[in-house]
Design a protein around this ligand. Structure first.
Ligand code: AMP
Ligand code: MG
Length: 495
């Protein structure tokens, strides 16, 4: 029996009010013995949830799916998607259940979704469950992304289910509660396009415009305006990923949210040593989703969205194709501009100069050549404007002759940029993090939690990542790349 008497606030169920074909309604199948491992009370407060009257046991009931909160109308959403380039006409929430939406303190609608809560009509051959490892991983990394200033889904709760799931051997199960601006994906549109259901595409388009891009409603072609707005948000998002060395790992079209938030943290990872072809995911055999390929893949995914929207862009089919193609082509220059501005900011530069692209390119080439740590390199460059010497940076790049020359060029460029050196340095430390969720730290925190039942390292890492730009004494180990013996080269979905 599922309990239905616990209230956590007022639910709005706007997605649930869409036509039947958009989802399947169901209560989450209960788990055996839910135990609350992590709860994000700051986020709960931001969402205006009323949870302070609830015990940890009651929170565990709600955030495992064993108690459906009052007013929620749970459902599993339908979507399709290109997975590694191959179209799958039916994917859908196979291990996720949307409880509904709540209105946060800023007045925005936010989805509450359980992940790993059990089978749904979209589970195909899967068990609908999740192992605890990926739950804790997503909790840590999505919250770190948020603190780094990147648009992302958030983590509200992590629960141990009390069930074992079969992955590579039996693993403890977990349920994650994720919060998103919405869970509508490129694949949500593809689902209806594959069925040639124009009415549904139109309905979904109107819903997305209303929820995320209300200004598009006023445009001559709302569909084109929507496409352009999504392109711009994705360009910003991917540029941000690139600026912090984030590799998503599974940029399938079903993992790209229309809201412009990072979504579906699977085998994602942060680069240590800079390498444009960096791949971590064990399932990405051909490097389709390598670090340096992410902008191109985003553009490819957006072209799939454009295809689904084509019938609504213009009445004239040929003109629709022209307009959509132009919008997709614009992704590259829009992305590049945002990236270039972002990289300038990482170098503490405000003015624009013709040669900046080459300056940045030469730095990245140097980091690549030396296998230098991406995060530390920028952090240490932030120090060279102070009276302290450039030794920390030069040590990191092993006094590479080309980078020694590059540093002179950079210093001259910074001088031309004007402004106060101390302020430049401070501005750089506000944009170049010192703490990122380094793979070996994440893996160590997860294995302590899972193998030894010790959540200490998880909590400590979580707290360090909550202030990624403020260097704290006594936390040097969290700033460093892994020793060779601890290096993590591969990450797994483990779903
Ligand atoms: P992902 O690549 O993790 O975003 O998942 C792709 C698709 O597989 C989605 O439709 C998921 O719902 C589904 N899926 C992943 N893991 C499971 C699972 N354990 N049980 C059922 N469906 C799953
Ligand atoms: Mg997914």
């Amino acid at each position: 029996m599922t309990r239905k008497d616990i209230s956590i606030g007022t639910f709005e169920n706007s997605f649930a009010s869409l036509p039947d074909g958009f989802f399947a309604r169901l209560d989450p199948p209960p788990v055996s013995e839910p135990v609350l491992l992590a709860f994000n009370s700051e986020l709960a407060d931001e969402l205006g949830l009323e949870t302070s009257h609830l015990s940890r046991d009651e929170l565990a009931l709600v955030f495992s799916g064993n108690a459906v909160p009052l007013g929620a109308e749970p459902l599993a959403a339908a979507y399709a998607g290109h997975q590694f380039g191959n179209f799958v006409p039916q994917l859908g929430d196979g291990r996720a259940i949307l409880l509904g939406e709540v209105r946060d303190r800023a007045g925005r609608l936010r989805d509450l979704q359980l992940k790993g809560s059990g089978p749904t009509p979209f589970s195909r051959r899967g068990d609908g469950r999740s192992a605890l490892g990926p739950v804790l991983r997503e909790y840590l990394i999505s919250e770190a992304m948020h603190r780094l200033g990147v648009p992302t889904t958030r983590a509200l709760a992590a629960v141990l289910s009390g069930d074992r799931v079969l992955r590579e051997g039996y693993k403890p199960g977990g349920v994650m509660t994720r919060v998103a601006s919405s869970h509508i994906r490129v694949g949500s549109f593809q689902y209806f396009a594959a069925r040639d259901d124009q009415a549904a595409i139109k309905r979904l388009m109107e819903y997305v415009i209303d929820r995320h891009y209300p200004e598009a409603a006023k445009a001559e072609s709302p569909a084109l305006a929507l496409l352009q707005a999504v392109i711009e948000r994705q360009a910003k998002l991917i540029a941000h990923w690139m600026m912090i060395g984030f590799v998503h790992g599974v940029m399938n079209t079903d993992n790209m949210a229309l809201s412009g938030e990072t979504i579906d943290f699977g085998p994602c990872a942060f680069m240590d040593a800079y390498h444009p072809d960096m791949v971590f995911s064990s399932i990405d055999q051909f490097g389709r989703y390598a670090y340096g390929r992410q902008p191109g893949i985003a553009q490819w995914n957006l072209a799939r969205l454009a295809e689904a929207l084509l019938p609504f862009i213009d009445q004239d089919e040929k003109k629709s194709v022209e307009l959509a193609s132009a919008a997709i082509s614009d992704f590259a220059p829009i992305y590049h501009e945002i990236w270039l501005d972002g990289m300038r900011a990482k170098l503490g530069l405000v003015q624009k100069e013709e040669d900046d692209r080459a300056l940045i390119g030469d730095l990245l080439d140097g980091l690549h050549r030396k296998g230098a740590d991406f995060t530390l390199a920028f952090r240490r460059l932030g120090q060279v404007h102070r009276d302290v010497s450039a030794q920390a940076f030069l040590h990191l790049v092993e006094h590479d002759a080309l980078l020694v020359d590059w540093l002179d060029r950079y210093r001259a460029r910074a001088t031309r940029d004007g402004g106060d050196a101390e302020l430049r340095s401070a501005a750089m430390q506000r944009i170049n993090p010192i703490y990122i969720p380094r793979n070996h730290l994440v893996e160590a925190a997860l294995s302590a939690a899972i193998d030894e039942g010790d959540l200490g390292p998880f909590k400590k890492l979580h707290d360090v990542l909550a202030h990624p730009f403020d260097e704290k004494e006594g936390f040097e180990a969290y700033t460093l790349p892994a020793e060779p013996s601890e290096r993590v080269y591969q990450t797994f979905c483990g779903t």
